[in-house]
Design a protein around this ligand. Structure first.
Ligand code: GLP
Length: 234
């Protein structure tokens, strides 16, 4: 695992955006695994800015989102479908038919494999070490499945996205598994802000997979970069 720190989340996001744009240019059929949450917003802003300035051609790119809440109508403002449209898909010339989300009654892992796999997976990380919605206890060989959110994740997401009201946060989601994530060719995990200081510290000390800290699985992948900002770094 490689660690790169930037002074600000803005600088870090611009660096990752550059890598993504480079991949789009060198491989116009590339596939990205995409994350939601507050962390990648600046990255998506930088990609939108690049598109405005350079008309980078996303028309053949495929994207696979990591997760989606269950039991929210798909047009609810807090679904990850709406999030992605708002922050990225409406800002670039991506073909929406090639933007995929995990759904019930669908074999998402098979779909990803059959479309050529993921070239670059972008991840955030939860304060309990979750990646996607793989909460502590998620098995190393887990694939896309329905998951129960922990109370910690419900509380954090209530404060960030549901006006502090935990009753409004769905209690379940559908998420790519740890094994699904590890199949990506390259992985970049973003960790920004004070609240991620403890998880960045833990990531630096990881030597083997620990089921209680799902992001520890990344140690098993040959090409992972953890990108932090000063606030998340000691
Ligand atoms: C959310 C998402 C994750 C995200 C993580 C961190 O609940 N399911 O994909 O990476 O938690 O969120 P944030 O970036 O808002 O800190």
């Amino acid at each position: 695992m490689q660690f790169i720190n930037f002074k600000t989340a803005q600088a870090a996001s611009e660096y990752v955006a550059k890598q993504m744009v480079q991949l789009v240019k060198t491989n116009p059929n590339a596939s990205f695994g995409l994350a939601t949450g507050s962390t990648p917003i600046l990255l998506y802003e930088a990609l939108a800015k690049d598109y405005q300035a350079n008309q980078t051609n996303w028309s053949q790119i495929k994207t696979f989102n990591l997760d989606e809440y269950l039991n929210l109508p798909l047009d609810h403002p807090q679904t990850y479908h709406v999030f992605m449209n708002q922050h990225l898909f409406s800002k670039i010339n991506i073909n929406l038919d090639q933007t995929y989300f995990p759904q019930l009654d669908q074999n998402y892992d098979y779909l990803i494999d059959s479309l050529g796999g993921i070239d670059l997976q972008i991840l955030g990380i939860g304060t309990n070490g979750h990646i996607g919605f793989n909460e502590p206890g998620s098995a190393l060989d887990s694939l896309t499945r329905v998951v129960d959110l922990t109370q910690e994740t419900i509380n954090v997401n209530a404060n960030k996205f549901f006006d502090g009201n935990t009753d409004l946060v769905p209690k379940q989601a559908i998420s790519m598994g740890i094994s699904s994530i590890l199949k990506a060719k390259k992985i970049i995990l973003l960790a920004f802000g004070q609240s991620k200081k403890a998880v960045v510290k833990t990531l630096k000390s990881i030597t083997k997979f620990d089921i209680n800290f799902p992001a520890s699985a990344l140690i098993l992948h040959p090409d992972v970069t953890i990108i932090s900002d000063d606030e998340a770094n000691e």
